[in-house]
Write a protein that binds this ligand. Structure first.
Ligand SMILES: Nc1ncnc2c1ncn2[C@@H]1O[C@H](COP(=O)(O)OP(=O)(O)OP(=O)(O)O)[C@@H](O)[C@H]1O
Ligand SMILES: Nc1ccn([C@@H]2O[C@H](COP(=O)(O)O)[C@@H](O)[C@H]2O)c(=O)n1
Length: 247
């Protein structure tokens, strides 16, 4: 596990500074496949995997645990002073701790998930978390880090050599998530609609930045999606080889 409060040498100090660790930046709406695809890419390429949503979830848990109001910007900013977050970068270790407490399961509860929306529009909070994410990736010493979230291609790592926006139709995303959770697709679809709406201020699905590759997995199975992502990575990181599969 890596300490989120490490020193700030190198590229981690600011968004535009020199990047030593190649970043694969992946964004997408809820259920678009970001985390499952990013983890598999990290496994196959020996990269680290950084789930920025887990950072937002951990902060939500922390503020609630302090008994503070997640919709009060001052309370959330106060809470940052005691936010001792540890996030693993190994794709098969999802452990998240806050102040030494293992919150890996708690951060996925509906209560914690719902409370995140209270502070995601506070610029200082986003800037703080972005600094944490950049430090974690920049100090990892790994051959590469796949960072996934909502604003990675646009804000956290706009200079990343590989930037991908993952999409899938709302119906397909809800069906996949419903299958995963064993839940009713209609209920899942409604929860996703609410989250997509709330997240629309950080992720504009209609407007991928120039240079961002859009991968729509609506008609793709998991393996085909991985193949599409690897093709983009190889085209962007090893352009002289003409990309994976000669593309
Ligand atoms: N191409 C695909 N074909 C079939 N199933 C897929 C595909 N891509 C992802 N899935 C499945 O869809 C579900 C949602 O994927 P995942 O959890 O990776 O989404 P996410 O974008 O990280 O969601 P969230 O933002 O809510 O965490 C998972 O069960 C995953 O295995
Ligand atoms: N870069 C990010 C990542 C996440 N969020 C917010 O956190 C919520 C949970 O994220 P998951 O990836 O675990 O679903 C998400 O709905 C966003 O509100 C964010 O703002 N920026």
């Amino acid at each position: 596990m890596t300490d989120a409060h490490g020193t700030t040498d190198g590229w981690a100090a600011s968004a535009g500074a020199a990047v030593q660790t190649p970043i694969i930046a992946i964004d997408g709406p809820a259920g678009s496949g970001k985390s499952s695809v990013s983890k598999e890419i990290a496994r196959r390429r020996g990269y680290g995997y950084l789930d920025t949503g887990a950072g937002y979830r951990a902060l939500s848990w922390h503020v609630l645990d302090l008994g503070a109001d997640t919709t009060d910007p001052d309370a959330v900013l106060d809470a940052l002073t005691s936010f001792d977050l540890r996030l693993g970068l190994q794709p098969d270790d999802r452990t998240v701790t806050v102040r030494g407490v293992d919150v890996t399961a708690e951060i996925r509860t509906p209560e914690v998930t719902a409370a995140i929306a209270g502070f995601t529009r506070v610029p200082e909070v986003r800037a703080y978390l972005n600094g944490v994410f950049r430090r974690l990736a920049g100090e990892s010493g790994l051959a590469g880090v796949v960072i996934e979230g909502r604003d990675i291609t646009s804000v956290v790592a706009p200079d990343a050599p590989v930037r991908i926006l993952m999409t899938a139709s709302p119906e397909v995303r809800a069906a996949r998530r419903g299958l995963e959770l064993g839940s009713d697709t209609g209920t899942v679809a409604e929860a996703m609609r609410i989250r997509d709406e709330s997240d629309s201020h950080v992720l504009d699905l209609a407007l991928a930045d120039p240079g961002v590759d859009v991968i729509d997995s609506t008609e793709l199975d998991f393996e085909q999606t991985i193949d599409a992502v690897l093709t983009v990575i190889d085209r962007k990181i090893n352009p002289k080889q003409g990309g994976r599969n000669g593309r």
